[in-house]
Design a protein around this ligand. Structure first.
Ligand code: CO
Length: 154
């Protein structure tokens, strides 16, 4: 009887761990890119109340190097996305095609090439559910195709 009880305790502990890790995973967003100008998935969303901290993992599944088909993932208010991307082009690959110390940038990864990955962690307190946000790649010439809607829920 005691043995059954301890098995049950182990099983319920494992179930709790499973639920907790499933919840934590909701705060980690995965996005993939390749040797083309596409983000997969094309849209992302987070819940502020469930996710005080958001982790974005960018994975480049292509083969081309970062100077030829580099990608990053950057997040700004929708109204700032194009002007930040243009400022990024002028900043050059050595600066990850992003302007330095620009307060309009909420989060950004480095530029990566095929086979590489990058992550960025940011606080959801930076986001407002009433605002519109855009994520995009700031590599030269990619902005017109490589962007998507980032939805913030309360
Ligand atoms: Co790109």
């Amino acid at each position: 009887m005691n043995r059954i009880k301890s098995y049950l305790t182990i099983i319920s502990t494992l179930l709790c761990l499973g639920i907790n890790s499933a919840k934590a995973q909701d705060c980690t967003l995965e996005i993939r890119v390749g040797d083309n100008l596409t983000f997969t998935p094309p849209q992302l969303s987070i819940s502020k109340s469930e996710c005080p901290t958001v982790t974005l993992n960018l994975t480049h599944l292509g083969n081309l190097p970062r100077n030829a088909m580099g990608h990053n993932w950057a997040l700004t208010l929708a109204e700032n996305a194009q002007s930040v991307a243009q400022a990024g082009w002028q900043s050059g690959l050595e600066n990850q095609y992003m302007p330095l110390d620009d307060e309009r940038i909420i989060a950004t990864t480095d530029i990566i090439g095929g086979g590489e990955s990058a992550s960025v962690v940011f606080a959801s307190s930076l986001l407002d559910a009433k605002e519109d946000y855009t994520f995009f790649c700031s590599f030269v010439g990619h902005f017109s195709l490589m962007k998507g809607v980032f939805t913030v829920n309360e």
